[in-house]
Ligand binder design. Structure first.
Ligand code: ZN
Length: 246
């Protein structure tokens, strides 16, 4: 069975009554419960646990990691970012959610600022499914409507995604690349925009379905393990090149 570790910064929910009303046990609890209901084994991990809950032992038993952070990106230890980065390159799936666009791990994997425009006005968002045949869009309608969303607008400073699955329209007029697929090493990375802490976005069935689809997509087999480095020829050729300085 696929094991998903749901990581959350878990600060807003403990510090704000407004947020705690929407996510009483934390965003991680809501997301983990949703993924359980879609047939995944889940565990949760949070920033204030030792090693942020992401020990080698936990990561050994993690097929996909989901990441939600907002106010405390800087408090994530470099050592843990490095550890997660290595795991992704080695094949662990990573789902980066909403304000985690500014997380250290996402910026490191993208190599760009990951900056964007934003506005908090409880406006309508429509996430259009622009790649309906993609496994992450399985069972999703032509669009998902989120009645109250924080606006994220272009330009979103990311590398062009390998595949763009969702593109958002906002009531205020902006657009945004909301569902972005990447491969990094042997790992798959999906950025998914919805999910502000004061709106009940992660209670939405369609949003939960996308997260489940993404977790399944992130574990798809990448084929044979690549064999890197100096290599004997397959055909019979002369390998004695006197110009080589190696
Ligand atoms: Zn937000």
């Amino acid at each position: 069975m696929t094991t998903v570790t749901v990581w959350n910064e878990f600060r807003h929910e403990r510090e704000s009554d407004t947020v705690a009303e929407v996510y009483p046990d934390g965003i991680h609890a809501t997301v983990a419960e949703a993924l359980e209901s879609h047939g995944f084994d889940t565990r949760t991990a949070t920033l204030d646990e030792p090693e942020h809950g992401l020990t080698d032992g936990v990561l050994d038993d993690t097929d996909v990691l989901t990441w939600w952070g907002h106010a405390a990106h800087d408090e994530v230890a470099e050592e843990i970012v490095e550890r997660v980065h290595e795991r992704v390159l080695d094949g662990m799936g990573l789902i980066v959610m909403h304000s985690a666009h500014y997380s250290k791990i996402f910026r490191k994997l993208m190599g760009t600022t990951c900056s964007l425009k934003w506005r908090e006005a409880a406006e309508t968002e429509r996430l259009w499914t622009v790649e309906p045949g993609h496994p992450i869009a399985d069972g999703i309608d032509e669009y998902i409507e989120v009645p109250e969303a924080e606006m994220y607008g272009e330009r979103f400073d990311i590398p062009a995604p390998d595949t763009l699955v969702f593109a958002s329209w906002f009531e205020g007029g902006e657009v945004f690349r909301s569902g972005c697929c990447y491969r990094r090493g042997s790992g798959r990375v999906f950025y998914f925009r919805p999910g502000h802490e004061t709106y009940p976005v992660y209670h939405d069935d369609a949003v939960q379905r996308v997260l489940a689809n993404a977790a399944a997509w992130a574990t798809l087999d990448e084929g044979p393990t690549p064999d890197f480095g100096n290599h004997d020829p397959i055909e019979d050729i002369d390998t004695d090149d006197e110009r080589s300085v190696h």
